[in-house]
Design a protein around this ligand. Structure first.
Ligand SMILES: Cc1cc2nc3c(=O)[nH]c(=O)nc-3n(C[C@H](O)[C@H](O)[C@H](O)COP(=O)(O)OP(=O)(O)OC[C@H]3O[C@@H](n4cnc5c(N)ncnc54)[C@H](O)[C@@H]3O)c2cc1C
Length: 464
């Protein structure tokens, strides 16, 4: 099997910073990502985007250019268009590239697989014309595509506001923004405000987006509940409750968004320890201050280890790289501590905003666990909330039993879309906490792989 010193999975700010730092310190480093270019979610396609589009996306996006340049100049190896379908506790890595499946291994692995949008089933969410805000932003960043006939944005989270602001600058007609954060969230967030003020630039940015959108005449509905996408073959209108009255807005397009959670399937595939984070409402790996997981030689960093944002991810990448450099024998503990000190300090400062944001943008609990029986939860296998409840009432009391019985989570996405929703329904029905309800046991392949690709598995060289 091809052997590497350090393999980094994910080319977002965490992975790019880790790979560049380790390579500069003399470690043979190889970064792989399923995207075609470096940047991850936040800086997607930043190296290729026109100056005009980059300006429209805002100064935060443009900052990614410098990071990508540092990575390009570092001498780290790079495998774009490369999907990881397996990683085990022996650091054997299953790769799919140009249709060829391969296995390689590494002395150390840094998982920087980032975040994904929190999938929340609601009535009509599978209708054509309903997408996530993140998907809309991917089209904008990578191809400059924007909706031509206007749209409605609904949900909670800073990304919703950021996308609305970017669309406003791109001249897109926003019919309305339906803010679904419960009104009580603000009071719950207030105790965290003094600490959050140490990273007050985030708050100012959010206020600036809101003001500009309001000045431009975009209509905000706060405290929205009972969101429903309505239509026959595709979306025709969005219905919702606002101040006790049922309302409807005609629109061909609805972008929903309910925050981001760690994309943890790769780390969970290794079976390193994970815990349920009740503030971020997600599974996250247990890591130490250097990003080390409970498994020897495997670190998890950036949003994949818990949502912290792009700046914290970049610092976490450097910190984990210094730890790998030490573990591989290129520096001693004292040198590592000195090299990482500034990044650890910046990271700590930047993360001060998080408890405030988590409380402010916490999705409503009814949305998480009280889906209507007929709402599809597993989109791949077409299993609805009623079928899941039926299985629970028949005595199947943990998430994996529900999976075996109903096949939910067994489709092409391997449960990435329904994992949390099923666990939340189990926890709610049985009145237990998420640790008891459990999450899906994640097994390879975590990304689709055909039998033909598996049969032609190559244990030779992938990076030459
Ligand atoms: C859709 C979306 C859009 C976002 N947009 C913004 C934004 O505009 N501004 C902002 O501040 N924050 C944004 N965020 C949050 C942002 O992603 C993070 O704060 C930041 O990018 C985290 O950096 P990271 O390096 O941890 O991960 P990411 O930037 O997410 O990078 C992770 C990388 O890992 C790769 N990867 C994951 N799994 C595999 C696999 N199995 N095989 C191969 N490659 C894999 C992905 O392709 C990705 O490139 C967005 C999040 C999402 C989900």
């Amino acid at each position: 099997m091809e052997q590497h010193e350090l393999v980094i999975i994910g080319g977002g700010p965490a992975g790019l910073a880790a790979a560049a730092t380790a390579a500069k310190a003399g470690v043979e480093s190889l970064l792989m990502d399923e995207q075609a270019t470096p940047g991850g979610q936040v800086y997607r396609a930043v190296g290729e985007t026109s100056v005009q589009r980059a300006a429209l996306l805002g100064p935060d996006y443009q900052r990614g250019r410098e990071l990508v340049e540092q990575f390009n100049d570092s001498g780290a190896g790079y495998l774009p268009n490369t999907t990881l379908w397996n990683l085990n506790d022996q650091r054997e890595i299953g790769i799919l590239r140009d249709g060829q499946a391969s296995l390689i291994c590494a002395d150390r692995v840094i998982i920087a697989s980032g975040a994904m949008e929190r999938p929340i089933p609601f009535p009509g969410w599978t209708l054509p014309g309903v997408m996530t805000a993140g998907a809309g932003q991917i089209l904008l960043k990578s191809s400059g595509l924007v909706p031509g006939n206007g749209l409605v944005l609904a949900g909670v989270g800073p990304l919703l506001l950021l996308l609305a602001w970017q669309y406003l600058r791109a001249g897109v007609k926003i019919h309305a923004i339906l803010d679904m954060a419960p009104t009580g969230n603000l009071w719950k967030a207030l105790p965290h405000l003094p600490n959050a003020l140490r990273a007050h630039h985030y708050i100012l940015k959010g206020l600036q987006y809101q003001l500009q959108l309001k000045w431009a005449g975009v209509k905000f509905f706060n405290g929205v509940t009972d969101l429903q996408a309505v239509g026959n073959d595709s979306l025709e209108a969005v219905e919702f409750t606002h101040r006790n009255s049922r309302q409807s807005i005609k629109t061909p397009l609805l972008f929903s968004h309910f925050g981001v959670i760690p994309d943890s399937h790769l780390s969970r595939c290794t079976a390193c320890d994970h815990r349920w984070d009740s503030a971020q409402l997600c599974w996250r790996p247990v890591t130490d201050e250097w990003g080390n997981s409970s498994l020897d030689g495997i670190s998890v960093i950036g949003d994949g280890a818990g949502i912290g944002g792009a700046v914290a991810a970049r610092h976490a990448g450097r910190v984990a790289a210094f730890e790998s450099v030490r573990a591989l024998g290129y520096m001693n503990e004292k040198q590592r501590d000195e090299a990482a000190r500034e990044d650890q300090r910046w990271m700590k400062d930047d993360l001060r905003i998080r408890p405030f944001l988590e409380a402010l943008f916490r999705p409503p609990s009814a949305l998480l666990s009280e889906s209507e029986d007929k709402t599809l939860v597993c989109r791949c296998e077409e299993i609805n909330a009623g079928e899941i409840r039926c299985a629970i009432r028949a005595g199947h009391e943990d998430t994996n039993q529900i999976k075996f019985l109903t096949r939910c989570g067994m489709g092409p996405c391997q449960g990435r879309q329904c994992d949390n929703a099923v666990s939340q329904i189990v926890a709610h029905e049985l009145g237990v906490d998420m640790l008891v309800a459990g999450g899906y046991r994640i097994r390879p392949p975590i990304r689709p792989l055909t039998i033909e690709q598996l049969a032609a598995l190559d244990v030779g060289s992938v990076s030459k």
